[in-house]
Ligand binder design. Structure first.
Ligand SMILES: Nc1ncnc2c1ncn2[C@@H]1O[C@H](COP(=O)(O)OP(=O)(O)OP(=O)(O)O)[C@@H](O)[C@H]1O
Length: 325
């Protein structure tokens, strides 16, 4: 698989004057250095959808800013689509799409359609392919009724759909998304996730996103890079990450009568509802089939679902394990 992004020993330290408020300190401020990214290495191949996750201040946004050319690193190297982002920022801008959830690339007073047209000129796009791409994105993202609305009158979810559309109008092969679903309601989040995943899959697009929302990771990305204090803690396929850190399954039994009661090693009961018993199975100690067979033997089971634990728990376990060593 050829690499779209190659990062070697990439670091970024911010140095700033600490304000303590005193009159004399204004003349001799104390300087503080924050190692936001402390020597990270990774490669991302064509068509991969990768999430960078971690707690607040872990260095996720700083990494994305360096890779999109907004920030220059303190040391280390990065190649993005064959370019050095901070040295060839303009050339790179034609090849990548960038969405920073907190910052808009649209003109608030203008209808979305006019912002899109301005972007066409900024990216030197021919009218015909641009119109075709906008038509496809409008249809896929249900934007028809929004195109003539000024962006500042849109809801956050509507604006985010327009932001992502704007980032794709020049047909980039690589998309950077910083917190693409932050602040959105459940329906808007789902629309954004479905779109990013399907669009990337259909166009062979590579995606690198940051998020605090584990559903973004599970539903969009096939690989996860976990960072903490500027360093990579784990870099694994999403599925493997779950298996490595948990080896647990959540089995829910729906039953008409009393709940399921089992006394097996490796099986614990989670808070359950009247007709739904939720069991957590440590698959190193008990097999899922064995637990289901034992529950079925009691009778009265109407339905069974088997799930992986939510990613929030995966992340909590990763932190616990990395802090323990
Ligand atoms: N412009 C800046 N000047 C000084 N320090 C900064 C600056 N930007 C970020 N930092 C610091 O660098 C560290 C990493 O910040 P960064 O925004 O990359 O983290 P993050 O993982 O994206 O966090 P969050 O999830 O809260 O967005 C933090 O300690 C932050 O306070």
């Amino acid at each position: 698989m050829s690499a779209v992004i190659t990062v070697k020993s990439l670091s970024k330290a911010y140095r700033y004057a600490k304000r303590r408020g005193g009159f004399f300190e204004a003349f001799s401020p104390e300087h503080v250095t924050v190692e936001a990214v402390a020597g990270v290495d990774f490669e991302i191949g064509v068509g991969e959808r990768v999430a960078i996750i971690g707690p607040n201040g872990a260095g996720k946004s700083t990494t994305l800013k360096m890779l999109s050319g907004i920030l220059e690193p303190s040391s280390g190297e990065a190649s993005v689509l064959g370019l050095t982002p901070w040295r060839e920022r303009k050339a790179l801008a034609y090849k990548i799409g960038v969405v920073f959830g907190q910052r808009s690339q649209l003109w608030g007073e203008l209808p979305a359609r006019e912002s899109f047209t301005l972007l066409r000129h900024i990216y030197d796009q021919e009218a015909a392919p641009f119109a075709k791409r906008l038509g496809e994105l409008t249809e896929r993202f249900a934007l028809t009724d929004l195109l003539d609305q000024p962006v500042h009158r849109m809801s956050l979810g509507q604006r985010m759909r327009c932001e992502i559309t704007a980032s794709l109008l020049h047909g980039p092969g690589l998309l950077f998304l910083d917190e693409p679903t932050i602040g959105l309601d459940v329906t808007a989040k789902a629309a954004i996730r479905d779109f990013i995943r399907e669009h990337a899959r259909d166009h062979g697009q590579t995606v690198l996103l940051t998020s605090h929302d584990t559903r973004d990771i599970e539903l969009v990305c096939d690989r996860v890079i976990v960072v903490n204090q500027g360093r990579i803690v784990v870099d694994q396929p999403t599925d493997q990450l779950r298996r490595r850190f948990l080896g647990r399954k959540i089995i829910t039994f729906q039953s008409a009568g009393q709940g399921v009661s089992l006394n097996l090693p490796g099986v614990t009961r989670r808070p359950s509802e009247a007709h739904a018993t939720i069991l957590e199975v440590d698959t190193k100690l008990a097999r899922v089939e064995q637990v289901i067979a034992a529950a079925m033997a009691d009778g009265g089971i109407e339905d069974v679902t088997i799930e992986d634990p939510p990613m929030e728990e995966v992340i909590a376990d990763i932190y616990a394990s990395t802090h323990a060593t």
